[in-house]
Design a protein around this ligand. Structure first.
Ligand SMILES: Nc1ncnc2c1ncn2[C@@H]1O[C@H](COP(=O)(O)OP(=O)(O)OP(=O)(O)O)[C@@H](O)[C@H]1O
Ligand SMILES: [Mg+2]
Length: 299
């Protein structure tokens, strides 16, 4: 069965022609949970999104529907437009065309400063943490937008400011405990191993309890064990907070086991969209990843 989608599915390790060699890690899936938790209503609908930079089309006519409670993975070779898609949803990129319907409101462009109000949070492909601050302070930064007390009130430690400090502190402690980061709470982020830094970034995004969480390669550079831990945390977070997740990930094994829904981009266009099984057996996807469907491309 090599050379077919079933061959791809059966391969324990598969070499993919990305810039870096990626390997597949098998994880446990939870289909029973999915059936219970994935309702049909859309939380996000992208319609005909186009983004260009000079002559480069990062996204062309991309439409995508993400339903409440699902984990939707966006996959594709390097430069396919995956981060651009998340950047559109999080307001970093302004689409040249198309519309974004988010939780009942339609936008031509999301304003990034309104992202938290829209109940959307994200992590970045390249970590965006304050290396010189502690884990706790980095996670607290995810709740800055919830403060109502002004700078003077904070400076003078007036009652509202003290109450907010206490509430934020409690939420941060709960998140540190949920993600097993409490033993590291006082450490400077720059002194943590990379896998833990990725977890701190997840904590900072999750602490505001967003409805939609955008994760741009949260497992990049991790060992297989760290990836399994992170995948478990993403599942638990969805269950605990009723999250919807858009996940960019290169490890196809993780994607297939974690996702309810997979969209595939190639050269800025969506070439497939469906269940993990349907996408895995789509010849266009195999061509995009392997370059051809010849037997010898599978290792
Ligand atoms: N800010 C930008 N300025 C110029 N070109 C950009 C910018 N952002 C993305 N691009 C281009 O758009 C295309 C898609 O890039 P994008 O980062 O979205 O790909 P990706 O699928 O996330 O890739 P990777 O897997 O390497 O992270 C690439 O050709 C990239 O060079
Ligand atoms: Mg990217």
């Amino acid at each position: 069965m090599p050379g077919t989608s079933a061959g791809v599915a059966a391969a324990g390790r598969l070499r993919l022609p990305f810039k870096e060699e990626r390997t597949i890690t098998r994880l446990d899936s939870s289909p029973a949970w999915r059936a219970v938790m994935a309702p049909d209503e859309a939380i996000l609908t992208l319609s005909d999104i186009g983004v260009t930079f000079g002559g480069v089309a990062a996204l062309t006519d991309v439409s995508l529907t993400v339903r409440h409670g699902e984990i939707c993975s966006v996959i594709g070779p390097n430069g396919a437009g995956k981060s651009s898609l998340i950047n559109v949803v999080s307001g970093l990129y302004k689409p040249d065309r198309g519309s974004i319907r988010l939780d009942g409101q339609t936008f031509g462009q999301i304003r990034s400063e309104r992202l938290a109000q829209l109940n959307v949070a994200r992590t970045f492909q390249n970590l965006a943490l304050f290396g010189g601050l502690s884990v706790r302070d980095n996670v607290s930064a995810g709740l800055t937008h919830t403060r109502r007390a002004g700078v003077l009130e904070q400076f003078l430690l007036l009652p509202r400011s003290r109450r907010e400090d206490r509430e934020i502190g409690e939420r941060v402690e709960a998140m540190l405990s949920f993600l097993d980061l409490d033993p590291h709470r006082e450490r400077l982020v720059s002194t943590l191993p990379y896998g833990l830094q990725k977890r701190v970034e997840l904590a900072r995004a999750l602490v505001a309890e967003p409805k939609l969480l955008l994760l741009d390669e949260p497992m990049a550079g991790m060992t297989a064990t760290e990836k399994q831990e992170m995948a478990g945390l993403i599942r638990s977070a969805r269950q605990r907070y009723g999250l919807t997740v858009i996940l960019i990930e290169h490890d196809i094994g993780v994607v297939m086991d974690l996702s309810d829904h997979v969209a595939v981009l190639d050269y800025g266009r969506k070439i497939a969209d469906g269940t993990p099984d349907a996408v895995r057996s789509d010849p266009a996807v195999i061509r995009a990843y392997i370059g051809s469907t010849d037997d010898e491309d599978l290792v």
